[in-house]
Design a binder for this molecule. Sequence first.
Ligand code: PDD
Length: 284
Amino acid sequence: MVRTVYVNGEFVPEFEARISIFDRGFLFADSVYEVIAVLEGKLIDWDHHIKRLKRSLKSLDIFAPVNAKELLEAHRDIIKLNKLSDGLIYMQISRGSSERNFIIEDNYKASIVMFSQQVDLLGPHRLSRCLKILTLPEERWMHRDIKTTQLLAASLAKTKAHDLGYDDAWFVENGFITEGTSSNAFIVLKNNKIVTRKIGKVILPGVTRSSILEAAIFLGLEVEERPFSIKEAETAKEAFITSATNFIASVIEINEQIIGSGKVGRITKLLREQYIIDMKRTSV
Ligand code: PDD
């Protein structure tokens, strides 16, 4: 099926979409993005995604000539035009095009693109996935809290993990896990305490991360936001990742060490059930 995509206010068939070769997103990764899940034709965690998008734009001083209401309308149009029930919408805002110049000029005009991807997010095959993780050295830049399209280090790490027979990689800095290549990383200790890195410059403040932590607190589970070591991860009772594309996915092996029973853990399951209830209730 040919998708209808969004480029700077226009909805066009995907093969007609055009962006300048001078676009700074293309030349300098001078762009930010969001990936928003869609369930039953509705957007998941919209407010949080828009809040983070605004923060990313502000951090890089990119002015986007659209407001949240217009972005919501465009997302809804993409859903309708592509008859999207379950899947994702990718949105990227770059600083736009100007002559190639390391110095950022004042007269840029941001460019915005959006497209959908159909994914059976709640399909049994997807929900029962059990991931094998490889830890790799952190090689990304120092502002991982800004959701930029500077994703080469993450893409290379994920590819390396895949080539070696793992599903994904977790980055390690100074002996502690930061996060996954495109997800936040969590472990559950023997006493059922959930541990995940505190937000700051070293990780992306995941939208799913914050909703899962809210679900954990609602369920009366204890949460500790602090760094955890490779050893702590390898000997955890459960481990999981969160992201808009995975919601919450179980990790059953880290560096070939089996985690817990080697199956989806009880806490992971509980969190997923609560998260899906919360998301369906708050979707827009
Ligand atoms: N990635 N950390 C990193 C480095 C990420 O790239 C992502 C998401 C997350 C999770 O954030 P959220 O829960 O808001 O999706 C954490 C998206 C899904 C991607 O690049 O496709």
